[in-house]
Design a protein around this ligand. Structure first.
Ligand SMILES: [Zn+2]
Length: 280
């Protein structure tokens, strides 16, 4: 009986000691927790950035005007991304005689695609935006697998290069005629870093009508879209694109859009349902 009471007393004392220690120790972490909480409060100060990202969503409201009554997911499923058409940074940007790039636009991610060109120098017109350059390497490799040897003729062109080029044409032929075969500065797809003129590896018919109907042109017509490129100015679409048939001018738009354009046999203008540039 005494043993049992002793055991109870010992356990009771032990319990008091443990609780005592516990409450002493617990006083310290509280201070630490307070410090931690003030840290969390600092973290909340980031919230103004979140408000900015809300502001970014606003343009979506403007896009609703053409898709009234549809939920956002509906419009994503059915139509093209119209914001991309006007975004110079987008690989799907629409640049033509009607729509220009911003005056000071310069692509940030220009690289030298590792493909054959008709010249050796590492100069501006050999460059393309990274995504387009990688796709071009795949395109040229796919062509070689089919026994078709392509060469780049002219890819990226800066705004200042396009300006001096256009001015030279104007001095030679007058503005009206120059506009029929050269883009006004800001309106050339070559300024996007997403377009390239190509020829056969011998460089014959480079950016010339005689490229049409060649083995290389026929191969591109059939396969370019498989790597995300389109023949930007197809035969018979002059009234829509504003340019005569240019079988050598490739434009990277990404595989998804290229596939749809090929399947529906349309131009980039028609893809966006944009107004024909010649006003016809
Ligand atoms: Zn071109």
């Amino acid at each position: 009986m005494n043993k049992w009471i002793t055991t109870v007393v010992v356990l009771f004392v032990a319990a008091v000691l443990v609780v005592g220690c516990g409450s002493k120790n617990s006083a310290l972490p509280v201070t630490g927790t307070n410090t931690g909480q003030s840290g969390i409060t600092d973290g909340n100060a980031v919230s103004p950035d979140n408000e900015e990202s809300d502001t970014v969503d606003t343009p979506t409201d403007n896009g609703d005007s053409s898709t009234e009554g549809q939920t956002p997911s509906d419009s994503q499923d059915k139509g093209p991304d119209l914001a991309a058409a006007a975004d110079a940074e987008s690989v799907a940007v629409l640049v033509n005689k009607e729509f220009a790039l911003p005056e000071d636009y310069k692509p940030e991610d220009l690289v030298y695609p590792d493909v054959r060109f008709t010249f050796k120098e590492k100069i501006e017109k050999r460059m393309m935006r990274k995504e387009a350059a990688q796709a071009l390497e795949e395109l040229f490799a796919a062509a070689e697998n089919d026994g078709v040897y392509l060469a780049g003729v002219s890819a990226y062109r800066s705004h200042s290069t396009q300006t001096s080029l256009f001015n030279r044409y104007v001095a030679k032929d007058g503005e009206e005629k120059a506009k029929t075969y050269s883009a006004v500065p800001g309106h050339s797809e070559h300024e996007t870093g997403l377009a390239i003129d190509v020829s056969g590896s011998d460089g014959k018919c480079a950016a010339d009508d005689c490229f049409g109907g060649t083995k290389e042109a026929n191969w591109l017509d059939e396969h370019a879209t498989e790597n995300g490129f389109i023949i930007r100015y197809p035969d018979g679409k002059e009234s829509i694109t504003g340019y005569k048939y240019e079988p050598w001018h490739l434009r990277f738009v990404g595989k998804e859009i290229a596939a749809e354009i090929a399947e529906r046999d349309i131009t980039l203008e028609e893809y966006y349902d944009a107004v024909p540039v010649t006003g016809k």
